[in-house]
Design a protein around this ligand. Structure first.
Ligand SMILES: [Zn+2]
Length: 303
């Protein structure tokens, strides 16, 4: 009897350590925070700061830790966000969390494909969580955190949510690898550089997912129809450091937003297609040491 009990304890301990080992080393797509939040939100009639702190924030993954300082901030701010827009959290739990669960193996595949394509040694994990309704996600050297209540704004159905989440994962994980490159302080942050940074993420996303994602379809269709005109306008200002109206805000004039992403993607694509050594080309696009020389070598110059 005694030895049976001991075996049970031992087996339990081994399982716990295997579980820990797996989640730390091999699992690249982590839903723990989102699941814990959903449980708390669904089973608590009146949420308070203490519950949020003890049952959500204090038990968080590395991803939640990354997401806390400038976004969630603290239990008080999260409770305020939930009270002001509880519908967003309800939709996130009912529409987007089931989608996030369904795509677990696809998301892991996407993460692995990007890692292999960019010849990265260290895995970049993705954490799915709920934030303070103020950020869709953030990429840092340590991984990617995605706020489901914000991503869910772009989807009405579970199927749409699947496309949105996979698109975000594929694009944002590239930013994780970009952020791991040591910063060169002498580099100028020009519009061209920023367009190539975002455009490369869209280019990799396209290669891995095999299609233009829902979030870029509007700018893609507009871009294809007006490429010569957009390029002429972009070229005139690309060495400056004003990113507007090309990205991170309204484009004005009834155009789709973030056309700078699209131009960057077209340059990256042209560079890749022209290069003899494809692996080297991807590495150069990732490191982006000299955006001007990439542009010149790409031969990109649509009329
Ligand atoms: Zn981006």
């Amino acid at each position: 009897m005694k030895s049976n009990k001991l075996s049970l304890i031992l087996v339990t301990l081994i399982c716990i350590s295997i579980g820990k080992f797996t989640s730390a080393s091999a699992n690249s797509y982590i839903l723990d925070d989102a699941e814990r939040f959903a449980k708390l939100f669904t089973h608590t009639s009146e949420l308070d700061e203490k519950q949020i702190k003890n049952k959500y924030l204090n038990l968080g993954t590395k991803g939640l830790e990354i997401f806390t300082p400038y976004r969630i901030k603290n239990e008080k701010n999260l409770l305020r966000a939930i009270s002001e827009n509880s519908g967003a959290y309800k939709k996130g739990i009912e529409v987007c969390l089931p989608a996030a669960r369904r795509i677990a193996s696809d998301a892991k595949q996407v993460l692995n494909d990007v890692k292999i394509l960019l010849e990265q040694e260290k895995l970049a994990p993705t954490y799915i969580l709920f934030g303070a309704d103020n950020s869709g996600g953030t990429a840092s050297r340590e991984g990617l955190s995605l706020g489901l209540e914000v991503l869910c704004r772009f989807a009405e159905t579970e199927d749409e949510a699947i496309e949105v989440i996979l698109g975000f994962v594929a694009h944002e994980i590239v930013h994780v690898y970009q952020s791991r490159i040591p910063e060169n302080k002498t580099q100028k942050h020009t519009l061209l550089r920023q367009a190539l940074t975002e455009g490369f993420a869209d280019f990799i996303s396209y290669r891995v997912l095999g299609k233009v994602t829902q979030s870029e379809i509007e700018r893609h269709n507009f871009g294809v129809k007006n490429e010569g005109v957009i390029w002429a306008e972009f070229k005139a200002v690309m060495n400056g450091n004003d990113f507007k109206p090309w990205m991170y805000g309204s484009s004005g004039e009834g155009r789709p937003n973030d056309l700078g992403y699209w131009i960057g993607k077209r340059i990256a694509q042209a560079y890749y297609e022209k290069a003899k050594d494809k692996k080297k080309a991807l590495k150069e696009l990732l490191y982006l040491k000299d955006p001007q020389s990439i542009l010149l070598s790409s031969g990109y110059n649509p009329a």
